[in-house]
Design a protein around this ligand. Structure first.
Ligand SMILES: Cc1ncc(COP(=O)(O)O)c(C=O)c1O
Length: 443
């Protein structure tokens, strides 16, 4: 077996650094967030749950493109539908019936959906939802919880003081965001309905919407979403669930179906179309109908490829019983990783909902925690597994992938255990520590 190397990836990376600020467009794909010099950077192809990099290495991948891949890479059914669509024209001066059929499917599947608009990205769709909520209420302030993209309305939270740290990253400077937006985006802590109540009281009559991720890896605390729902009703504030990451994995109708709490509007992107750019903003008729009077318009939002990819993906998720698959494979993976951690003698566990679990190291020192995460990514990568502490399942993950991954994780955690025991984590790291602080990524 030849030694694992990512030399070709690193050559391309050197070229990219000269030309592409930040190197990748999505921060989560930045090589500096993995094990730079050991983790692969550039892919040649991806199929099912596997990726082949430009150096010829093969990996089992648990990141699913950082969320968008839900059926598997290069899914034959979705790709056949996309190819057929491309042959008929990817976009034209007219729209296609599929746009209506997809809206009908979304209304059938998603509890909060009575009317539907389309977009191309998650952050963009959140910005549309916030615009609509501001439009229908005539109010400016937004209460939020979680990550909602890069747009001005959201980054405005960091004007004047740092408020995004618990929701996104530390140290984001709202460079380029108009100062006039200060005070318009106000965060609340996940699980803290009292804080939501307090903010609504303090800003009575000024809040357009509450936009929040209803859940990520953990099931919401009992009564929390219900309490937020009641507060939104009491203050006549639009409740928006951002299901860009939760959508279609815990339940086909999203976290709102899983939890039984129905928002007024919801945002879906990422997994909706198995990797083809597509997003949907859905909501109650009384709210969504107002869009007709607003300027919310973009050429690519009617693109036939994203629409056909979404329609096919949703049908395939149902036909393949995807949610049950995620539960079965996710449970196996979680149990396997926990067993591997015990055997290796590392205090780590894989927890959270089966479809979207996360790996946690019991470590209170934040620098050591980052070192451990980096070493974990490094050791997994050199053994042919792309596995970060946060992961997304897709339908192509199977028992064989779990079995091999657990073997690799056992070995990787064995290296971490030795590093901790012998105090030589730094020596075992063959790459810079994973960069997390945003400020350090942009200098
Ligand atoms: C909950 C949530 N909202 C919004 C976004 C932004 O989506 P996009 O990267 O497609 O703009 C993400 C992306 O990870 C997300 O997880």
């Amino acid at each position: 077996m030849t030694a694992h190397t990512v030399a070709r990836s690193m050559e391309i990376y050197a070229r990219a650094r000269q030309l592409i600020p930040g190197v990748t467009q999505l921060i989560s794909r930045r090589p500096t967030r993995a094990a730079l010099g050991v983790s692969p950077i550039y892919a040649r192809r991806a199929k099912g749950c596997r990726i082949w990099d430009v150096d010829g290495n093969e990996y089992i991948d648990w990141m699913s493109g950082v969320g968008p891949i839900i059926l598997g890479y290069a899914d034959p059914v979705v790709d056949a539908a996309v190819c057929e669509q491309i042959a008929r024209g990817s976009i034209c001066s007219l729209v296609e019936e599929n746009a209506v059929t997809l809206a009908e499917e979304l209304v059938r599947l998603i509890p909060s959906a009575e009317m539907v608009r389309y977009a191309k990205g998650g952050g963009e769709a959140c910005a549309i939802a916030v615009r609509i909520a501001r439009g229908v209420t005539g109010r400016d302030r937004v209460l939020f919880c979680g990550y909602h993209g890069w747009h001005d309305w959201y980054l405005a939270a960091n004007l004047g003081a740092e408020r995004l740290a618990a929701h996104l990253f530390n140290g984001i400077e709202p460079i380029g965001v108009p100062r006039a937006l200060e005070g318009t985006a106000i965060p609340f802590a996940y699980g803290d309905a009292d804080m939501v109540a307090d903010l609504l009281r303090r800003h009575r009559g000024e809040v357009a919407c509450i936009i929040m991720e209803p859940m990520r890896t953990e099931v919401p605390p009992p009564g929390f979403l219900e309490a937020v729902r009641e507060l939104a009703d009491e203050h006549e504030v639009v409740l928006i669930f951002d299901e860009v990451s939760s959508g279609f994995r815990v339940a086909l109708g999203g976290a709102q179906q899983f939890t039984g709490v129905t928002p007024d509007m919801s945002v879906f992107a990422k997994a909706i179309s198995n990797g083809y750019p597509m997003a949907a903003v859905v909501g109650k008729r009384a709210i969504m109908a107002a869009v007709e009077r607003m300027f919310v318009s973009s050429a690519y939002w009617d693109d036939h490829v994203g629409i056909v990819a979404a329609l096919t993906t949703l049908r395939e998720l149902e036909r393949r019983h995807a949610v049950a698959h995620f539960q079965r494979i996710g449970a196996l993976l979680k149990a396997g990783i926990d067993r591997a951690a015990q055997e290796a003698g590392v205090e780590a566990e894989c927890r959270g909902v089966d479809a979207h679990p996360g790996i946690r190291f019991a470590c209170t020192d934040p620098v050591l925690a980052r070192k451990l995460a980096t070493l974990f990514i490094q050791e997994n990568a050199r053994r042919g597994v792309i596995l970060h502490p946060g992961l997304f399942l897709n339908c192509a993950h199977d028992e064989q992938a779990v079995e091999r991954t657990v073997e690799v994780v056992r070995e990787s955690l064995g290296v971490l255990a030795r590093g901790l025991r012998e105090g030589c984590i730094d020596r075992l790291l063959e790459c810079p520590i994973q960069q997390e602080l945003f400020r350090r990524l942009v200098h």
